[in-house]
Design a protein around this ligand. Structure first.
Ligand code: 3PG
Length: 306
């Protein structure tokens, strides 16, 4: 009997686990659970005999892949797959997939929630501002970016987007204003919401030069990855510009230095964007279904590695 392991440092909601379990059982497979593990050794041991793994931001390194001798497929229940060593997966004949779009609305709602929070000075009681009529720049118009744009329009924001991989026509068709380059997006928008993945090109790309172009009363919203931020340079900018705010769902490495900016910064205690019952069900169930369809029928839709 094939075994599917759900290995999540940050557990799914119970309702999601129940649904995953029912689907796995119905397919005739066995489900194992490793939640809130505290060491890599626990993960190394848990993967030894399983045929498939579902993870979230859990690190699936070369070491883990090599320890999983029976592994055929690993699915990142979520969008960003910078936690998977795709090369190691390919070298060990392991298919790697993600579940794009499944948690997008949850992340988008948090992005807007943090925008409201920033506009109201992190709820410190001082008079804030409103989102209506303000310009919002969506940096990367993928699944999450699209939801952020849609919700922001409901707030009456003027929404702009930049994405080198999405055509101007597609952006325009959603009633969003496309801009020609990244500099223009930051120059135009008082709010910028980040939706870029962490890659060799994007790491530390959100820097002083780019952010200093933002108009007065600027707010940077990060529900993407901390790696894309050049923390040292953002700190320098925040020293210089008392109007600049930074809200993030991913705590920076230099969190203590940021916290001195008081009601100009906010960080969630743990990455919470996708942490809703709905997103857990969507992404977890999609991951389980993709695994079953691969193991039974060889379906490789959503495969990430070659
Ligand atoms: C994603 O890439 O899907 C999001 O960042 C959510 O990550 P999480 O599953 O670790 O909460």
């Amino acid at each position: 009997m094939k075994t599917i392991l759900v290995a999540t440092d940050k557990p799914f909601a119970k309702v999601a686990i129940d649904q995953i379990e029912a689907i796995v059982k119905e397919a005739g497979f066995k489900l194992e659970l490793l939640e809130k593990y505290t060491s890599k050794d626990e993960l190394l041991k848990a993967v030894e005999k399983v045929n498939a793994i579902i993870v979230r931001s859990d690190i699936i390194s070369k070491e883990i892949v090599e320890a999983a001798k029976e592994l055929q497929i690993v699915v990142r229940a979520g969008a960003g797959y910078d936690n998977l060593d795709l090369e190691a997966c390919s070298a060990n004949n392991v298919v790697a997939m993600n579940t794009p779009g499944q948690n997008a609305n949850a992340v988008a709602e948090l992005a807007l929630g943090m925008m409201v929070m920033a506009a109201r000075n992190m709820f410190n009681g001082a008079a804030g501002t409103e989102l209506m009529g303000k310009k919002l720049g969506i940096h990367a118009y993928g699944n999450v970016g699209k939801y952020v744009a849609k919700i922001a329009k409901g707030f009456g924001m003027e929404v702009y987007a930049f994405d080198p991989f999405v055509s101007e026509e597609k952006i325009k068709a959603d009633g969003i204003i496309p801009v020609a380059n990244v500099d223009e997006l930051y120059k135009t928008c008082q709010y910028v919401s980040l939706h870029i993945p962490a890659t060799e090109t994007t790491k530390k790309s959100i820097n002083y030069n780019l952010l200093s172009k933002m108009p007065k009363g600027a707010t940077l919203v990060n529900t993407a990855r901390k790696e894309v931020i050049n923390e040292e340079e953002v700190l320098k900018l925040m020293e210089e510009r008392v109007d600049f705010k930074y809200v993030s769902d991913i705590s920076p490495d230099a969190k203590d230095q940021f916290l001195k900016f008081d009601s100009r910064v906010f960080f969630t205690p743990k990455k919470l964007g996708a942490q809703t019952a709905e997103a857990n069900v969507n992404a977890g169930v999609a991951a389980a279904r993709q695994i079953i369809d691969f193991l039974k029928n060889g379906n490789e839709t959503f495969r990430l590695n070659k």
